[in-house]
Design a protein around this ligand. Structure first.
Ligand SMILES: NC(=O)c1ccc[n+]([C@@H]2O[C@H](COP(=O)([O-])OP(=O)(O)OC[C@H]3O[C@@H](n4cnc5c(N)ncnc54)[C@H](OP(=O)(O)O)[C@@H]3O)[C@@H](O)[C@H]2O)c1
Length: 312
């Protein structure tokens, strides 16, 4: 895999090393090349990307930063391998349409036959998996505004040093960033909502939570009509899904960390003129939001059991 020394990459290395049918052929880094670290009880030495034997493997995971990943995916394809790209480079709405978008539960047929899969962003996974059952039933009010507020642990920002992510800057604090509807994940969320013919605006505000991992999204959705059984859309759509949990109580990060799941709940909003729902969704940003979903997609692409090697 490429970008193995990052937060998403290390999580992915651990999943690959514990997987019953995958083996780790190479693990690359940039600044950390040559370093040996202990992952899943094994010593892993990070190689230079130029030494990666792309043509010797069936599938390459790229956990490179956005901007750097796209050219490597092209090299992977030239070498005859398939790719799961964890960066934003090839996701919908980013100028590279026609690539399979790896929201596994919603795109299985495309993913299984794809040469390249664009693994979704962490925030979009938490928000789009939660919105899909409403969109597919035409329950999102035409011309309305969906408001998604998401709080993420600090691993969401990667492990290259940044002053604003120093312990003393982050600890005992809570703040919004990417305000004004400017976060880059909006592109793939808007493109996906458009694809679902959900004619609504999306206002998305991410927040930095002083924990290592996990995302909690609270999403306000204007509805076309009140729902008698508020959880029924999710229970129906995701009835057979091993990695989607529908909960009566609002999910919390401790329900999902280190697990490859999206946990969702919904509650009607009292005191509004038009019917509205508050949908809450929790994931581990490094597992279902990155490495876990990437392995789920790779399992599908390689014809393996979709749940193989994934922590429930
Ligand atoms: N963190 C998350 O929660 C999360 C969730 C979903 C998707 N993603 C996506 O996954 C990718 C990796 O994210 P991350 O958080 O793991 O980032 P990260 O911790 O910063 O890791 C980036 C990785 O890429 C390597 N790298 C950096 N620049 C490179 C270059 N120019 N050429 C070759 N290798 C280079 C780094 O090597 P060194 O360590 O040696 O610098 C490291 O292995 C990103 O595209 C991100 O958007 C992350």
């Amino acid at each position: 895999m490429l970008g193995a020394s990052g937060y998403a990459g290390r999580e992915l290395c651990a999943l690959i090393l514990r997987h019953p049918a995958l083996s780790l052929a190479f693990a690359t880094a940039n600044d950390q090349r040559g370093t040996t670290v202990r992952i899943a009880g094994r010593d892993v030495t990070f190689a230079s990307p130029d030494d990666a034997r792309l043509g010797d493997v069936e599938l390459v995971f790229s956990a490179l930063p956005h901007g750097a990943s796209k050219e490597w995916v092209a090299r992977i394809q030239e070498a005859g391998a398939r790719a799961v790209d964890l960066s934003a480079d090839l996701r919908p709405g980013n100028g590279c349409e026609g690539i399979a978008y790896g929201l596994t539960e919603l795109n299985r047929a495309l993913i299984a036959g794809a040469t390249v899969v664009a693994n979704p962003g962490c925030y979009p996974t938490s928000i789009l998996v939660a919105l899909a059952p409403l969109a597919e039933r035409g329950l999102i009010a035409e011309g309305g505004t969906i408001v998604a507020n998401s709080a993420s642990g600090v691993t969401g920002a990667g492990n290259s040093p940044k002053r604003e992510l120093l312990f003393a800057e982050v600890a005992d604090d809570f703040r919004a960033y990417g305000i004004g509807n400017t976060h880059r994940h909006l592109n793939e969320m808007r493109a996906t909502l458009d694809g679902w013919k959900a004619n609504a605006d999306l206002v998305f505000t991410p927040h930095l939570l002083p924990v290592a991992r996990g995302i909690l999204s609270t999403i306000t959705v204007p509805l076309t009509r009140p729902l008698d059984d508020v959880l029924q859309p999710w229970r129906e759509t995701y009835a057979a899904e091993p990695f989607i949990e529908i909960a009566e109580a609002t999910p919390a990060l401790r329900d999902v960390v280190h697990r490859n799941v999206v946990r969702i709940s919904a509650t009607p909003l009292a005191g509004t003129r038009a019917p509205m729902l508050l949908v809450t969704s929790a994931i581990d940003n490094l597992v279902k939001g990155a490495a876990g979903q990437a392995v789920q997609n790779a399992n599908l692409m390689l014809g393996l059991d979709e749940t193989a090697g994934l922590p429930l």
